[in-house]
Write a protein that binds this ligand. Structure first.
Ligand code: C5P
Length: 409
């Protein structure tokens, strides 16, 4: 990670009450590691989950808890705190805090500060899946996003997944690393938005090919590299749509996500987004699908396992790369190989008709991990990018794409 990305930037972190509050500690650590400064407002219910002492120790500053506290007001009152900040981050953002902010209800230090601030605000919601899906919560979130100017709040997450309450679904707070990326995106100056006005389509994640209503074929892919690329392109100002197979990841800030399941769905969604300036196809598309999906669950029986007839899926990358009026100006494919990385990538480049291939050696630790090492294979030459975070690879690729357009135009 770039350790100076948040150099001297000031984050006012509001920690609400929820089991995810413990992740706020990791978030503070990450912001500080990236060079940022953090001050914390802890709500009364937040203090049920994390102690002011741990937050004070990590930030190096007293934690603000009360609206009518002579100590807090003389140290730094709510108006001063919001003036001090470059960005306000609410993590976890509870249903209660979201409701208060959406309706201008100011009855404690956190909610008063949210209404008093003239800085941008990022919310990282965390709550039970049923609460998150409740129309009242969804309406409040939509309202907050729709306010004008700096009043419009940005939202990162929540993620899908198993929850502390034992249920499964959207509601888990975004991981601290994803919140940090969103913070960086919001603080990135317009000067670096060199891809503004460009449209980009990114495919990511695996596809899932149904066998029957309960079973399917899939590929191993966390989607992390593709999501990081979508985020990095958006940070440079591109208008990015992410066509994603099933992953547990939240859509990066400022990226439109279309969720699909099968290769055929992914192909249709991708084609509908053309023409575009840029296409980056990172998805691990299943090579085959079941010829005829069973309408009901296939029973285990004396006949032994069913013989599954497979047919080949369309190659989405080759289709997008085909010459014609819809072809993006730059098409980047990915190649996951276990041997002869460069030779395989080169032959893929000509076979698929794309412009560049990012090739990674998947014989070691790549799947689901946060790190990656790749070759960028272009007709004019090959670059080796050493092992670094998937975010680092994504940012370098986005910058290389921006440089390409700068040279070309
Ligand atoms: O042929 P292979 O699967 O190794 O190629 C990988 C590249 O092709 C990736 O960019 C992947 O997203 C893309 N691909 C695709 N549609 C397929 C198979 C692969 O878009 N059916």
């Amino acid at each position: 990670m770039d350790n100076s990305a948040l150099s001297s930037r000031r984050i006012l972190l509001i920690v609400g009450g929820g089991i995810a509050a413990y992740k706020a500690l990791e978030l503070v650590r990450l912001i500080k590691k990236a060079g940022g400064e953090v001050r914390v407002i802890l709500t009364a219910s937040g203090a049920e989950f994390v102690t002011p002492l741990s937050l004070a120790a990590l930030t190096g500053h007293p934690v603000h808890q009360a609206l009518f506290s002579p100590e807090d007001e003389t140290a730094m009152g709510h108006i001063e705190l919001s003036r001090w900040a470059d960005l306000v981050v609410v993590a976890p953002a509870t249903a209660g805090l979201i409701a208060k902010a959406a309706n201008g209800l100011a009855d404690d230090l956190a909610s008063t500060t949210l209404i008093a601030t003239d800085k941008r605000t990022l919310l990282a919601p965390a709550m039970n899946v049923r609460m998150w899906l409740h129309p009242a919560v969804q309406a409040n979130v939509a309202r907050l996003k729709g306010f004008d100017g700096f009043h419009a709040m940005s939202v990162v997450g929540p993620d899908d997944g198993e929850m502390a309450c034992g249920e499964y679904g959207p509601g888990r707070m975004a991981e601290p690393a994803a919140i940090l990326d969103a913070i960086k995106g919001l603080l990135a100056g317009p000067a670096s938005r060199v891809l503004a006005g460009k449209t980009a389509v990114v495919t990511a994640g695996p596809t899932f090919e149904a066998i029957d209503p309960v079973r399917g074929l899939t590929n191993r892919s966390s989607g992390k590299q593709g999501y990081a690329i979508a985020a990095a392109l958006a940070e440079l100002g591109a208008d990015v749509t992410l066509v994603s197979g099933p992953t547990g990841l939240s859509a990066p800030l400022g990226v439109t996500r279309i969720e699909v399941e099968s290769a055929l769905d992914m192909q249709a969604a991708t084609q509908r987004l053309l023409p575009a300036d840029i296409a980056v196809m990172t998805a691990a598309v299943a090579d085959w699908r079941i010829d005829t999906i069973a309408g009901g669950k296939i029973k285990k029986g004396a006949g032994g396992p069913p013989a599954l007839a497979l047919i080949e899926n369309p190659d989405i990358l080759a289709g997008v790369s085909a010459p014609g009026p819809l072809r993006p100006k730059l098409v980047v494919g990915f190649a996951a190989e276990t041997s002869d990385l460069e030779a395989n990538a080169r032959s893929k480049l000509s076979r698929k008709g794309c412009d560049w291939i990012v090739a990674n050696d998947v014989s070691s630790d790549v799947f689901g991990s946060d790190g990656n090492a790749v070759l960028l294979v272009r007709r004019e030459g090959v670059e080796t990018w050493p092992r670094q975070s998937k975010t680092g690879i994504a940012q370098r690729l986005a910058q290389t794409i921006a440089d390409h357009f700068e040279t070309a135009e």
